[in-house]
Each structure stands twice: as C-alpha cells, then as structure tokens.
Design a binder for this molecule. Structure first.
Ligand code: ADP
Ligand code: ZN
Length: 708
C-alpha cells in the first residue's frame, strides 16, 4: 500500500519522498482508523487525505471553513490531474445541484464542502447515496470551543460520520492545537488519542526576528525596496494603521494591496485576488486577512505592531514560506502597542474572558523580550520540549555591537523632566536639537539648559533615540488626546546615575533572495501562463519548483519529471514552455550549464533532495568547502544539508567537519555558556568555528544523551 502511495506522490504531486508524519497519517487512515494529524502550517497536511482519497474507492469529503480557499484547492488538484469539486455558498443552487448529481455518478475523487452544508437534511440524504470512505476535517480546531475559531456547524460532523452507510474514517487536521484543544477534537470526533500523528512545530525554513527601538516606517521602506520582487504580508493591528501604511507604500511607489474588515466584500475580494495573482506583491492587512490563503510563495511576514497572542502570531507569521524555501518573519515591537492590544481586548470581549486574554498578551510581550531562541520559545509555548537553538532567529544570530549611551539618555530624560513631562516626543526632540520653532519660543523652552544640547543630530534621529528609550521602558507614553512622554521609575535610576544604558546598532534589512535571471524568466512565464489559465501563479508551480528548475536545468521530459513538484499532469500541461525557456536561457548563458554539471551527474536518473546530493559527496570524504565549490552553493548551505541529514538519522561523522582539536574547546564552551543560545558559545570559540559546527556538535551530543 505504501509503495502505491509513494507512486501517487510522485506521479500526481511530483515529490519523491513523504515528509515527516505524512506516511503514518496515510497508513492510519487506510486502516480505517479515525486519526488526528497535527502539523504546522506548510507541513503538508493536504497530502495526508489527498493520497488516501486516490487509493480508496468512492469519494472523500473534505470539510473546510475556508470558502475562499476551496476554489484554489480544487484548481490545484485538477492541475495535478485529480478530479475534484466543491460545494459552498458561492455557488448558485443550480451549480450545487449539478455538482451533487455529478458526484453521484462518481465524477470526483474529492469533494470540498463548507460545514454549513451539514445543516441541510437533503444534502446529507444526497451524500448517503455516494460511497464515502473518508471524511477529512480541515482546521479541525474549529470544532472546539477552546480553539481560537470555534464554528458551531462543526458539531454536525460527528453525526455525519455516524449516518453515512459506509462508516467512513475521520481524519482531523490542524496546525494550532494546544493539548486541551487536541483532547477536545478527539472527544468530539470519536478519535482515539492514541491515533495522533504529530510532527514538531518548528518551521525550519523560517527565521524569526524581533526588532525594537527602531523607526518602523524607515525599516519597512528599506526592507521593501530591497525585496521588491518578493511577495509578503505586513500585518497591522487596526484598520486605521492599515490604511495609513497602505497610503505610505503607495506614495513610495510600491504596488500594494490592503485588506481589513472595514472594506466591502467586493473590495476585499479584489484586493486579495491581486495579491494571489502576484500583481500586488505586498499585502497590508489586519488579522482579518489570511484565513484561507494558500499562497505558497510568501517570502516574508512583517508585523508592524504587536499581535494579540502567540497563537495568532504563529499562524500569521507561519503564512510565510509554505513552499519550504527560506523566509523571514519579523515583528516590529514597541511597548506602546501593548496598550493598543489591551484596549482591543477590553473592547471586544465579555468580561469573563478578559483575564485569560491578558495573560496570553503578556506571553506575547515576553516573546519580544526574551533573549533566548525565538523558535524555541514558540514551540515551547505550544507545549513541546524547548528546542536546541535554531541558529536562524534574531536572538541566535545577533552579532551587533552595543554602545554605551548613558550620557545621551540622561540628556533626553532630563529634558523631559524640565519640560514638565507634558509633551510628545517630537516637541522634546525639537527642544533637544535647538529648533527655532515658534511654539518652543512661546513656551520659553529655549531657556532650558537642555535646549540644543543634541544640536548636531536631526529631529528624526533624536526621535528615533526617544523610541529606543521607550522600548527600554525608560520613558513611558501617556495616551491622552495627544500622546505625551514621561520618565519611568527605571528612567529615574538612569538619571540618578545608578543604571547604565546600552544600545545596539540598528538591525540591517536583508535581501531575501539572490538575483537569478533564469528564476526571473521562469517567474514571468509562470505569471503569463497563470493569467491565461485563470489560476494564481503558485497553483501552476511553487517557487520551490522554479528554484529546482534553476538548479537542474531540465531540457528533456525525463529531466523535467525529476524536478521537485512536477508530476505527469504538470509535465503534460506546462513541460514544453518551461523546457523551452530553460533551453533558450542555457543557449544564451552556456556557462550556467557548465557550473551545474556536477549536480547533474550526481542526480543521474534518480530524483532526490538536494541535501542527499550533498551527503553523497560527504561520504566520498570531500570537505565542506570542496562540496560547496563542487555544488556551487555556500558552505553554510552545505552545513545545513548535513544537519538535516543528521536529523533524518543518517550517519554524519563529525571528524570530517569539525577538526578534532576543537572538540574539547566546544565542549567546554557549551558547559560554560549553556545550551540555550548559540551566540555566547560562539563568542568563546575561535573565529573558524561556525554556527553550523556548534549545532552539529549539540545535535550529536544530544543524540548521545538520548541513546545512553
Ligand atoms: P498545510 O496544509 O499543512 O499548511 P500543504 O498541504 O498546503 O500544507 O503543503 C504545503 C506545501 O508543501 C505545498 O506546496 C505542498 O505541495 C508541499 N508538500 C507537501 N508534501 C510534500 C512532500 N512530501 N515533499 C515536498 N513537498 C511537499
Ligand atoms: Zn533561534
């Protein structure tokens, strides 16, 4: 059975191996067991019911609350050569009727339905006439009142399973389930808790960062300018903030879309479609946006303001990188946002739920302040054992220097005090820089001893520094008609010279993807084809698949099938134009093919993941640098490949990687600095010892501990 499943994975979806958890889930379902499958967003949950749907006789029913997603999901299945349809309120009664009739004739392997359908007696009677071996329940946390998105109509699912004649298996799928919600799902859908398939919550292609005390608008402007070609989402807390930000972006000439609950349905649909079609690359939105967004090529998610809790944060941030390519999740934190969130909680909830939500908010704030690994904090929050430091997040990789700014801080704080703690930050900055503004003269602030003591800086710079002092909670913000600033008790300590202030250099924005002209060409081709077919570009091929084409340069059918994400149906539909584009490119750039010669040889006729190619060379005793050179990738990518091999249980001898004289040093550094963060360990070691080496060492010593 599993062999057959694997063949279907290759022929329809173009993937050569299952991801963690998929195989087990499929196996359980095929045995007819009710199962719950908990995987992070992008983990590959859909395959867990799509493959059984192909293997089992009859039609699988998929229940999903995400109406807007259904069409894309069905389109994607049809693109992969699988018959599927959907029934929801967006269809006319006539279309619903036709779809059901076709389903009765056996036209579909999968039928997606909205849960509200289950309230219709006639609909259930119709379903009874169709052989249904499996009910897949997407977003299964909606069944639980403790979940963050309870849907009463989900309570009908259990009855459906009971009344259908064939006793279908139930597969519940979710990405966010605390232990309590998980138990609830099992109980309400008659799933034996022993039949839980759960993979870790870590998203190893995402790097998380928290940035505070920096000018947010300036950060975003620079970030977007550096990453113009990539798609991303910016989340803001309120409609007003979304509108303001959207206008800024438009003014800067960045093609953006926006989305919030204050817009009409039509307008929202239109904006969403522009984003899905890669016409607007940036979506500025409140948390109303994203449920039901399956777009796989989102390279970054920026939170312009603090979200209300970790559940929302991880769900929203997790929309980045569903295709498995490296992506960034950045949270721009300012302590003032805590008040906004408190206000929103107070406004929108009944009194009984407020304390619980405030507690969740506090844990969100703690995330912004933690100095340990952010990814580790997240998985721990969701009930997993803390991870080894991820080596990717802003805490793991922070190598910025800090400067002592105590003196400057004292100047600002003392100016605030002298002005009577009744003004906003711009006014304070104007006084400090010695502005000749009329108001300042009127108030007599030009006579203060702090007037103009920072005159060599601009008002903007000083404002930025004030933001930093706010982020350090040395200054507080009073939200009246106009926000004013005051010195906190901690700030007083600084004024009295009892506490020092250090400031780190500003975080620099990164360019997410390197420029590859072939990739751009393929991306353009994909967009044109998508327009013609009438589906979003990512439904045709994911970015991951385009990347793989750039490496493998496929120019024959066999080679094209070897690309990850290409199955028989996609080959037939799109093989020709893409191979033609690759050939044309290679003709113009013959050096490209030469450079990739090695990986082509290694690949041979089999299709495999990149890290396995690296492993092959590693087993031939090539050094990290030699592998990097041979494969045309960076050393740190090679190290990541090897780490992945270790995680997958392959034998990776440390001796070929970390020169033995370093071993005792690393061991000692770990003992001294602890295992929590990589950076302090790295600081105790010679320059040549890379983060990859430290991770490898930690992984190995952890493994040894487990096997002892
Ligand atoms: P989820 O529903 O868990 O968020 P999806 O089912 O949408 O995730 O899958 C996320 C992405 O991973 C999709 O682009 C999918 O094609 C891809 N994917 C799923 N399974 C595999 C696999 N075994 N190998 C490679 N890619 C996969
Ligand atoms: Zn980390």
């Amino acid at each position: 059975m599993l062999e057959q499943a694997r063949q279907l994975l290759q022929s329809h979806f173009g993937y050569s191996s299952f991801r963690s958890g998929q195989e087990l889930a499929i196996e359980q379902v095929m045995k007819g067991r009710n199962t719950i499958c908990v995987m992070p967003t992008g983990g590959g949950k859909s395959i867990c019911y799509q493959i059984p749907a192909l293997l089992l006789p009859g039609m699988t029913v998929v229940i999903s609350p995400l109406i807007s997603l259904m069409k894309d999901q069905v389109d994607a299945l049809i693109e992969a050569g699988i018959s599927a349809a959907y029934v929801n309120s967006s269809l006319s009664a006539r279309d619903v009727h036709d779809t059901i009739e076709a389903a009765k004739q056996g036209a579909y392997k999968l039928l997606y339905i909205a849960p509200e359908r289950l309230e219709s007696y006639t609909f259930i009677e119709d379903l009874k006439e169709i052989p249904i071996p499996l009910i897949a329940v997407d977003e299964a946390h909606c069944v639980s009142q403790w979940g963050h998105d309870f849907r009463p109509s989900y309570r009908h699912i259990q009855r459906l399973a009971e009344v259908l004649p064939g006793q279908p298996a139930v597969l519940a799928l979710t990405a966010t389930a605390t232990p309590r919600v998980r138990r609830d799902i099992c109980q309400l859908l008659s799933i034996d808790e022993a039949h839980t398939v759960m993979t870790g919550f870590e998203r190893s292609n995402l790097s998380f960062s928290v940035i505070q005390g920096q000018d947010r608008l300036a950060f975003i402007k620079e970030y977007l300018q550096k990453n113009q070609k990539e798609a991303g989402i910016i989340y803001a807390a309120t409609r007003k903030a979304v509108d303001q930000l959207y206008e800024k972006l438009t003014k800067w000439g960045i093609p953006a879309a926006r989305y919030h609950a204050g817009m009409s349905d039509d307008e929202r649909m239109r904006e969403q479609d522009r984003f899905l079609a890669d016409e607007a690359l940036v979506m500025v939105a409140t948390n109303a946006f994203g449920m039901g967004i399956d777009k796989s090529n989102i390279r970054y998610v920026i939170h312009y303001q603090l979200p209300k809790n970790m559940e929302s944060y991880y769900q929203e941030a997790g929309r980045a990188g569903r295709d498995g390519l490296d992506s960034e999740c950045t949270l721009l934190y300012s302590p003032q946002d805590v008040q906004t969130q408190r206000f929103l909680i107070d406004q929108s909830l009944e009194a009984g739920r407020i304390p619980g939500e405030l507690q969740k908010l506090q844990l969100m704030v703690d995330y912004c302040h933690t100095e340990s690994c952010l990814q580790s904090y997240i998985v721990h929050y969701f009930g997993e054992e803390p991870l080894e430091p991820c080596g990717r997040c802003s805490n793991c990789t922070d190598a910025r220097d800090s400067v002592d700014v105590t003196k400057e801080a004292q100047m600002v704080l003392s100016c605030v005090v002298r002005m009577g703690q009744r003004y906003g930050k711009t006014m304070v900055a104007q006084v400090l820089t010695g502005s000749k503004n009329k108001k300042i003269m009127e108030f007599g602030f030009h006579t203060l001893s702090t007037y103009g003591i920072l005159q060599e800086q601009s008002v903007k710079e000083v404002s930025g520094f004030i933001d930093f002092l706010i982020s350090q909670e040395l200054l507080g913000v009073e939200h009246g008609k106009f926000p004013t600033i005051f010195v906190t008790s901690q700030g007083k300590e600084v004024l009295l010279g009892r506490q020092e202030v250090e400031r780190k250099e500003a975080v620099k924005t990164k360019q997410l993807a390197s420029d590859d002209p072939l990739f751009e060409e393929l991306r353009g081709l994909r967009k044109r084809l998508a327009e013609r077919v009438g589906v979003p570009p990512f439904v045709i091929f994911s970015d991951q698949t385009l990347k793989d084409m750039c490496i493998k340069l496929p120019q024959s059918e066999e080679e094209f099938l070897a690309v990850s994400g290409v199955g028989a149906s996609k080959l037939e539909k799109y093989g020709e134009p893409f191979m033609a584009a690759v050939s044309a490119f290679c003709e113009k750039h013959p050096e490209r093919e030469k450079a990739s010669g090695v990986s082509r040889n290694v690949r041979g006729t089999r299709k495999r993941d990149s890290h396995l190619d690296t492993y092959e060379l590693y087993k031939q005793q090539l050094s990290i640098e030699e592998i990097a050179k041979e494969r045309g990738i960076t050393s740190s990518t090679v190290e990541n490949h090897l780490l992945r091999c270790m995680e997958e249980g392959m034998e990776v001898a440390l001796s070929g990687w970390i020169p033995e004289p370093y071993w005792p040093l690393i061991d000692q550094a770990i003992q001294e600095a602890g295992r929590e963060k990589l950076k302090p360990i790295k600081e105790l070691l010679p320059e040549e010892v890379t983060y990859g080496m430290i991770k490898a060492f930690l992984t190995r010593s952890l493994k040894e501990k487990i096997s002892e």
